[in-house]
Design a protein around this ligand. Sequence first.
Ligand SMILES: C[S@@+](CC[C@H](N)C(=O)[O-])C[C@H]1O[C@@H](n2cnc3c(N)ncnc32)[C@H](O)[C@@H]1O
Length: 362
Amino acid sequence: MAATTNNAELLQAHADLWCHTFGYLKSMALHSVIKLGIPTAIHRCGGGASLSDLQVALSPIPKSKWPCLSRLMKLLVASGIFRESEPGVYSLTPVSRLLVEDDIDGNQQTASTCLSKFTVMATSPFHFAASQRLPEWLMKNEDDADAETPFKMAHGAGFFAYTGRDLEFGTLFNDAMGACSRFTAEIVVRECGGAEVFAGVTSLVDVGGGDGTTAKAIAKAFPHVRCSVLELPQVVDGLPVDGVVEFVAGDMMEFVPQADVVLLKFVLHNWSDEDCVRILKRSNEAISTGANRKVIIIDTVAGSASKQTFEAQALNDICMMVLTTGAERDEEKWHRLFLDAGFSRYKINPILGSQSLIEVFP
Ligand SMILES: C[S@@+](CC[C@H](N)C(=O)[O-])C[C@H]1O[C@@H](n2cnc3c(N)ncnc32)[C@H](O)[C@@H]1O
């Protein structure tokens, strides 16, 4: 009996190890089906389709490769990305619905819930090349400037310097951040409305606010809040002027424009504790004269989570380790940063799984 159990355990462990070892192939299969537009094509076929139903979408693929594509779909069905509603007919699951580009009315414009651009960036050769340097990086001394991050070892520049240096990577990254912001902006606005986060606030600066998606959503929902975005010159230079949001080119380590509220959304997890304290101090200086002054941080507060969310947090944390000097932080670590930057109190509002809106007060 014991031998049978051991044998069963051994077989299970063997299968589990195979799944972990080849886990990167799931990412590659996912990357491939997004590039081929399969989730959107299934959606346009009414939510369920065979590969031959998807002929137009799959036209760049030679007929000889179609059997390979069905093997790819088999893996993605096993991983829960698609469902095989009947043999050879694939339908969307909640996960692949996040990869559909059409909006809710079927218009062919990017849906606010579409995260395909984020997934394409995170499964791109830029990320893979960086993650492959992880073991070598772990053995490097901290004072080796060329080995600051695995990303820098792979690409010869820090993450944000590289977004300005390599046009393909910069575009991939900015598109990915735009998609993430569209996804969370509505939730943020809804949560902020209910919680009266913006009551009495007249101005806000979104520091590291990317293409201004979040600032525009806030300006639209709360017209009494004048919104601006502080970003690196390389990001601001390529953006159209629309008059809704003012863009300021600059370096948040040096200066943050004055406003009642400084917003830092998915910014601090990119930086070391030392850099976070510096950014928070600049932010504290920027809000020092406003009546309803505070810093709003939207970021992960690691900890108490379901198994699935816990694994997502742990993966995100390693992603920060590979790409940047940052980390995902638990409440205790956030609290320490706030004290070190001279703030007196904070309030955490969970808004999206483990992602929270933290109000920090001087
Ligand atoms: C992870 S992205 C977050 C973007 C946006 N807040 C969002 O939630 O989608 C970090 C942003 O910080 C910007 N950034 C990096 N270093 C900066 C600096 N020194 N000063 C201002 N912005 C910076 C990057 O260009 C990038 O857009």
